[in-house]
Design a binder for this molecule. Structure first.
Ligand code: FAD
Length: 313
């Protein structure tokens, strides 16, 4: 079954994200995590690209290793940062040669200062939709894109942001992974906007248990600082107790996951931070393991769940 078919028919499943390791100790821990999480049957394992200082070669290497040595389907992130189109084509070719059939096509952010104005490579791409087309032209099977529940920081408003997301689907992207937010409602409103535009492409929400003040900081960076006061009321009492902080952070994530599942979300994208235990806890608490064969229902927009032929705002 292809990734896109799997995403359209999945019931209560998870995907998981890894980042290329910087050192041998992390690489070994990460690989143990990959093998442990393999037992739980993730829909896919995504591998970030150039984010947080990880190397591009590291992405190709880890995604290829997952493809060759495990039963897990890797999805390699790919960004257009600082690379001409020809070089990006070469990376897609390397991934395909390594058995990695699916990619997440991203624009990326400027190296050094992610908030600096975006400068495309002179022979490269301005936006992710161009990378979607390139990946499909080279033979990638499933191409996903990023979605932003609160709107991408550079978008002037949510309507414009939605229009560009729909443009990425029209370019051929078959799924999206939503940026983390602190509030499940943000994701649900994005889903409403897509439904109102007649779009049934699967969008997977991200879930990262805030298990330490450091993870809170990472999430804050990703969400442009929009953190709700209720989260502080939940976590602040445990600032001096690492174990209790972690437990409360996991409890919050489990509650968020339950809410998403109750709202009909079928696949949750879990951030591993290169370790297995928090993901295993969430999978167990939310019942996301043990895939079963089921009938293939039609998506809200027809059998392929597409929105490419619809009129968009
Ligand atoms: P785009 O889709 O190009 O959007 C960027 C901005 O341009 C938005 O404001 C959008 O509305 C607008 N826009 C889009 N298309 C058009 C168009 N055709 N014409 C005019 N405007 C347009 N970064 C990494 O470096 N490595 C990673 O591995 C990584 N993984 C990520 C995973 C997820 C799930 C997410 C949500 C983000 C990830 N990022 C990663 C960060 C991402 O690269 C940045 O957020 C980047 O700023 C936006 O990327 P994009 O693909 O959404 O860009």
């Amino acid at each position: 079954m292809s990734l896109l078919q799997d995403l359209r028919t999945a019931r209560r499943r998870f995907s998981v994200e890894f980042s290329p390791a910087h050192d041998e100790t992390t690489a070994q821990r990460q690989w143990r995590a990959v093998r442990r999480l393999e037992q739980l049957g993730p829909v896919f394992a995504s591998v970030t690209y150039g984010a947080g200082g990880g190397s591009r070669e590291g992405t190709v290497e880890l995604a290829t290793r997952i493809a060759r040595q495990t039963t897990v389907r890797p999805v390699a992130h790919l960004t257009a940062v600082g690379q001409p189109a020809a070089q990006l084509a070469g990376v897609v070719d390397d991934l395909l040669a390594g058995g990695v059939r699916d990619v997440l096509a991203l624009r990326g952010d400027p190296h050094g200062d992610p908030h600096a104005p975006w400068e495309p490579h002179p022979q490269g791409f301005e936006h992710a939709d161009q990378l979607v087309r390139l990946a499909l032209d080279r033979g990638a099977e499933g191409v996903g894109v990023a979605a932003f529940p609160l709107g991408h920081p550079e978008s002037p408003d949510l309507d414009t942001d939605l229009r560009h997301l729909l443009g990425k689907f029209r370019a051929g992207a078959g799924f999206a992974i939503a940026q983390l937010t602190f509030d499940v409602e943000d994701f649900l409103r994005l889903r409403d906007r897509l439904a109102a535009a007649g779009c049934g492409v699967p969008v997977v929400p991200g879930l990262l248990p805030v298990t330490s003040p450091r993870v809170l900081e990472v999430t804050r960076r990703l969400t442009s600082g929009h953190e709700p006061s209720w989260l502080h009321r939940r976590l602040d009492p445990f600032l001096d107790d690492r174990g209790a902080f972690r437990e409360e952070g996991v409890r919050v994530a489990v509650e968020d996951g339950r809410r998403l599942l109750a709202e009909g979300v079928e696949v949750l994208h879990l951030y591993s931070l290169n370790a297995a235990s928090n993901v295993e806890t969430l999978v167990a608490e939310l019942g996301l393991a043990a895939p079963r064969e089921r009938d293939v229902p039609d998506g809200p927009d027809g059998p392929d769940g597409s929105c490419r032929s619809r009129v968009v705002p």
